[in-house]
Write a protein that binds this ligand. Structure first.
Ligand code: FAD
Length: 116
């Protein structure tokens, strides 16, 4: 992974994907239309079909069965995605992320100004 321009391994793919997904959730509308709500649900189901790590995709599909994407608002989607990511963190023995901090991490930057 120190090498440039090589195919992604599972961790590089995961990091890039979480960066994208949490940022997408952060910029999701606070009052989405019915179409946006349905499309975002569909987006996660299609992601689970095509995510290019077979075992990850299988687990994601199982997660979606018990916890359908909450697409009623930016807040709900971001919190739902945080819980999904925490499920994966738990499985991998990584620390749990405090979901109260999700908007600071992915939208506004930390209160101490360290992202400005
Ligand atoms: P990542 O877990 O990639 O996290 C990136 C950053 O997100 C962290 O530094 C932190 O700032 C922030 N963050 C962490 N947790 C949260 C949260 N709950 N909410 C918001 N922000 C958070 N790997 C496997 O080995 N097996 C799997 O089955 C597997 N399944 C995956 C399923 C999906 C859908 C995705 C996207 C990835 C999956 N991965 C899996 C990859 C794995 O989740 C990590 O991306 C990878 O191990 C690299 O971890 P990382 O330590 O760089 O941080």
């Amino acid at each position: 992974s120190a090498q440039k321009n090589c195919p992604l391994d599972k961790d590089e793919l995961g990091l890039s994907t979480w960066n994208f997904l949490h940022t997408m959730a952060a910029y999701y509308p606070s009052t989405p239309t019915v179409e946006q709500k349905n499309d975002m649900k569909l987006f996660f189901h299609l992601l689970a079909k095509f995510y290019p790590c077979t075992s990850c995709a299988k687990d994601l599909m199982e997660q979606l069965k018990t916890s359908s994407p909450e697409t009623d608002s930016q807040y709900k989607l971001s919190q739902w995605l945080c819980r999904m990511h925490n499920e994966v963190n738990k499985k991998l023995g990584k620390p749990e992320f405090n979901c109260k901090l999700v908007d600071e991490r992915w939208l506004s930057g930390w209160a101490d100004g360290s992202c400005d």
